[in-house]
Design a protein around this ligand. Structure first.
Ligand code: UDP
Length: 327
């Protein structure tokens, strides 16, 4: 199979590339290296079935050829991470919406109907106060233009773009709402909590908990996430659908911090920081975020294999090895 991954040097994209190369597929990655990195795809450089092009999705001159070549497309290219989104909302709007529309248009004009995954996010549920989210739940977003929600709005627009193309042109598209994903290659620079806490704990630095730490999240290992995406792309019943992807085991951020300290045998204290200090005044955090996974299970039979403890142990080990290499 020919697999095109936009944003394929990113955290999830690089794991998709690894999975498909291991399956014997041809993999073509395009990435502008804004949040992705060459380090993520270094293991595949030189692999005869792997090709990489550094290009921005908005200016990529070979998009039509690459899209026409692909049997499957994972459209992962996006500006992600809360900090990045607050820093540059204009770039977020352009990359996330115009980029997706360009990809969909190229697929339609390609005259070939590849399997397509469009990456959306659990952020689209907004501040719906439910304790877990099903695909049929309402989207609750503020009416005034608060920039913190820019990412969610762009991804919601992507969802509607995808459904419009799927309905009008019969394209085989699945929209996936990705919940918190963790694992190797994820970096904490853009605000992600697990890599930040692991780094802090391994260095015996204070773990920075934003707010009171009572907010909860459900973390899915990326090596499980890519299995779910692979199954969904190849599942005709999923085409034209939106599907939550994640793990439904929930933990508070405070308990997560304690767990990481415990598993690292670290002397790090817990340090509480106000949201205003962490992100600026306009930030509104989501108090609970847990996926309902009935639809994913019914469509694919998917069940995550990685437990949170196993993933954390693996990340702690990687962080220690990284520090040894630097020392
Ligand atoms: N968070 C934290 N300390 C950090 C980074 C994040 O306490 O150093 C909190 C953040 O406010 C949120 C949760 O951890 O409540 C998850 O943050 P992340 O950015 O990883 O994911 P998201 O907020 O998108 O679910």
């Amino acid at each position: 199979m020919h697999v095109l991954i936009t944003g394929g040097a990113g955290f999830i994209g690089s794991h998709l590339a690894a999975r498909h190369l291991a399956n014997g597929d041809q993999v073509y990655v395009v990435d502008n290296l804004s949040t992705g990195s060459l380090a993520n795809i270094k293991p595949f450089r030189g692999h005869p079935a792997f090709r990489f092009t550094e290009a921005d999705i908005l200016q990529w001159s070979e998009m039509d050829e690459a899209v026409a070549w692909a049997d499957r497309i994972y459209h992962m290219a996006a500006v992600v991470g809360v900090k990045k989104v607050l820093e540059d909302p204009v770039a977020v709007m352009a990359t996330n919406m115009t980029g997706t529309e360009k990809v969909l248009r190229a697929i339609h004009h390609g005259g070939w109907n590849p399997q397509v995954i469009i990456a959306s996010t659990s952020e689209v549920y907004g501040f719906n106060s439910k304790s877990s989210f099903a695909e049929t739940d309402d989207i609750v977003l503020p009416s005034a233009g608060r920039l913190r929600w820019t990412y969610a709005i762009t991804k919601l627009a992507d969802e509607f773009l995808a459904f419009s193309y799927a309905r009008k042109y019969g394209l085989n598209i699945v929209v996936v709402r990705l919940f918190n994903t963790i694992g190797p290659n994820q970096v904490g620079h853009y605000g992600m909590v697990v890599p930040s806490f692991v780094k802090q704990a391994v260095s015996n630095d204070p773990l920075t908990i934003y707010g009171e730490g009572t907010q909860t999240r459900s973390f899915c290992d990326v090596r499980d996430t890519v299995v779910a995406l692979d199954y969904l792309a190849g599942c005709p019943e999923a085409w034209g659908e939106v599907v939550n992807v994640g793990n439904d085991q929930e933990i508070s951020i405070c308990d997560l911090a304690k767990l990481i300290v415990q598993r690292t045998h670290s002397t790090s204290p817990l340090h509480f920081i106000s949201y205003a200090d962490a992100y600026g005044e306009e930030f509104e955090d989501v108090t609970h975020r847990r996926p309902e996974l009935n639809k994913l299970r019914a469509l694919t039979g998917f069940a995550p294999e990685w437990t949170l403890n196993d993933t954390l142990d693996n990340l702690i080990e990687n962080e220690r090895a990284k520090n040894l290499r630097v020392a």
